[in-house]
Design a protein around this ligand. Structure first.
Ligand SMILES: C[S@@+](CC[C@H](N)C(=O)[O-])C[C@H]1O[C@@H](n2cnc3c(N)ncnc32)[C@H](O)[C@@H]1O
Length: 190
C-alpha cells in the first residue's frame, strides 16, 4: 500500500502534466517541491511558500542540486498570502497544491502551521485549482496542536460542496503513535 506521502505524490503526479503549474504551500525541506518541479517538467512552473528562511534555503539548495531551480519561485511568506502573492491570471489554472502541515524537521518544532491560517490558505488554494486538479494535505496528529489542527481541517473539508469537489480521507487505522493522515480534495473535471 502507498504510504501517506507516497499517495500524496501519486495523486499530484496524476493531476500534473508537462507545462502545468503547481503550488507547494509548505516547502519545508523541499521534498514535495522537488516532486512537483519534476512532474511539471522544464516548461512548467511551481510556486513554493514557507514562512521560515531556513526552509527556503534548504529547498533552494535541493532544487539547484537537481537542476530544476529555474522552474520554481520560492516565497518566504505564509501560505495565507497566496492570493495576494500569486498573479491573478493563475486562478483556475493550477493543477496541484500540496500542504504538509506541522513543523520543519531539523528546526524549531514550536514553529508550526495553525488551523486558522491553514484553512484560510486552503480556501485560497481552491480558487487557484483548475478542473481536474487536486489539493493534498498531510495532517499530523501526534504533536501538540497537530490533532486540533487536523480536526479543524477535516471539519472544514467535510463541509465542501460535493457538486464542486470530491474529498478523500486516507489513513491507516491500526498503526500506533498517531501516524500522519492524508486529505485529498479533487476538483471535478469540467
Ligand atoms: C512538515 S514541514 C513541510 C515538509 C515539506 N513539504 C517537505 O517536503 O520537506 C511544514 C512546514 O510548514 C511551514 N509553515 C508553518 N507555517 C506556515 C505558514 N503559515 N505558511 C507557510 N509555511 C508554513 C514550516 O515552516 C515547515 O517548514
Amino acid at each position: 500500500m502507498y504510504s501517506v506521502l507516497d499517495f500524496a505524490h501519486h495523486l499530484t503526479a496524476r493531476a500534473l502534466s508537462a507545462g502545468a503549474v503547481a503550488i507547494d504551500a509548505t516547502v519545508g525541506n523541499g521534498h514535495d517541491t522537488l516532486h512537483l518541479a519534476s512532474a511539471v517538467g522544464p516548461g512548467g512552473h511551481v510556486h513554493g511558500f514557507d514562512r521560515q528562511a531556513i526552509a527556503i534555503q534548504r529547498t533552494r539548495q535541493r532544487l539547484a542540486t537537481a537542476g530544476v531551480a529555474e522552474r520554481v519561485d520560492l516565497h518566504e511568506a505564509s501560505h495565507a498570502t497566496m492570493a495576494a502573492t500569486l498573479p491573478k491570471t493563475l486562478r483556475g489554472e493550477v493543477s496541484a497544491v500540496m500542504f504538509n502541515l506541522g513543523y520543519l524537521p531539523g528546526a524549531d518544532h514550536a514553529i508550526t502551521t495553525t488551523p486558522e491560517t491553514t484553512i484560510d490558505a486552503l480556501e485560497q488554494a481552491l480558487a487557484f485549482l483548475q478542473p481536474g486538479g487536486v489539493i493534498t494535505v498531510v495532517l499530523y496528529t501526534g504533536h501538540p496542536g497537530g490533532s486540533a489542527e487536523a480536526r479543524a481541517v477535516m471539519k472544514w473539508a467535510a463541509g465542501l460542496d460535493q457538486a464542486a469537489v470530491q474529498v478523500l480521507s486516507y489513513r491507516f487505522i491500526n498503526q500506533v503513535n498517531a501516524p500522519p493522515e492524508l486529505l485529498a480534495i479533487h476538483h471535478h473535471a469540467a
